[in-house]
Ligand binder design. Structure first.
Ligand code: NAP
Length: 292
């Protein structure tokens, strides 16, 4: 069993930290707004007052914060991980951030004597709560092997996809696929409703054929019920589509659907929907169709 510092106890980080505590690890959680540490404490974990306090005696530091600047700050600030963790500590960044930033931060971590994995996740809030996340990992094989008991406690499908940054590149592709799926599902539901079709029956049969998907299973009910509490915030998916479109441009490859759904995600934010679940793309379709 390890001593694990967990930085960022939000929608995803909180249930992940709870699973690690339930698995028998000593988990010291830090969250900027301290009340979010309560579920971890109820599961037997410890609420740390600062990042420095959380990481000082840790074997493993797990990070789950929103964006590239947040991860950089958690790692490099005076009271952050690099300045306060012990050399040799295994740092696992579960956040979804820019692959190029990950490569830089992983290099800095290694120069300072730390081990570093990028390990962004997919599966949504449900995946985090059910310890069923898909985890796409970038880094060295021996570090991946050393992280096995951490990954086992929070994930189901865990794959080492390549060197540092590769996990983030795979996650960017994941976010392109998910966004396009959500948009297509939203358009299909608005279309079905326009014809007065029994949408429950329609989605049951669609779900059994080639149109079936995890997106349909997890997001259709939210669209039918117009209930868009997050889940995965549109603001975060907007960040991810920025990552994939700029990385694709950098590589000289063309992702027209990614660009289109990126614009629709920007429109959702501009219409005040940034804090809704990404299934709230549905509202943009109804706005375009004048049906709501
Ligand atoms: P969230 O609920 O907003 O949680 C983020 C946490 O990070 C919050 O507790 C926040 O603290 C903390 N934080 C933000 N900026 C920080 C900073 N600069 N320094 C220290 N702590 C900071 O977000 P989430 O949904 O858990 O997402 C976290 C990451 O997982 C993102 O990269 C996201 O893209 C990815 N992800 C999310 C999902 C999902 O379904 N939600 C699925 C897969 C991947 P405060 O409470 O003080 O704001």
């Amino acid at each position: 069993m390890s001593t694990i510092a967990f930085i960022g106890l939000g929608i995803m980080g909180s249930p992940m930290a709870v699973h690690l505590a339930n698995a028998g690890h000593t988990v010291l959680g830090y969250n900027r707004s301290p009340e979010k540490a309560r579920p971890l404490v109820e599961a037997g974990g410890i609420a740390a007052a600062s990042i420095a306090e959380a990481v000082a005696g840790a074997d493993v530091v797990a990070i789950m914060v929103p964006d590239s600047p947040d991860v950089a700050q958690v790692l490099t600030a005076d009271d952050g991980v690099f300045a306060n963790a012990r050399p040799g500590t295994l740092i696992i960044d579960f956040s979804s951030i820019r692959p190029d930033v990950t490569v830089e931060l992983a290099g800095e971590a290694k120069e300072k004597g730390f081990r570093f994995l990028d390990a962004p996740v997919s599966g949504g809030e449900a995946g985090a709560i059910n310890a069923a996340l898909s985890i796409m990992v970038g880094g060295a094989r021996e570090d991946f092997d050393a992280a096995a008991e951490v990954f086992e406690a929070v994930g189901k499908t865990v794959v080492l996809v390549g060197p540092s940054g590769s996990g983030q590149t795979v996650k960017a592709a994941n976010q392109l696929i998910v966004a396009a799926n959500i948009q297509a599902l939203a358009e299909a539901i608005v279309f079905l409703e326009a014809y007065g079709v029994d949408t429950q029956a329609a989605l049951e049969v669609l779900g059994g054929g080639l149109a079936g998907s995890a997106v349909l299973n997890q997001k259709a009910a939210k669209m039918l019920g117009r209930e868009f509490a997050p889940g995965f915030r549109i603001d975060l998916h907007h960040k991810d589509l920025g990552i994939v479109t700029s990385a694709a441009r950098e590589a000289g490859v063309v992702i027209p659907l990614g660009a289109l759904v990126g614009q629709l995600m920007t429109s959702a934010r501009a219409n005040g929907d940034g804090s809704l679940d990404h299934s709230g793309l549905f509202r943009g379709v109804t706005r375009l169709s004048g049906t709501e």
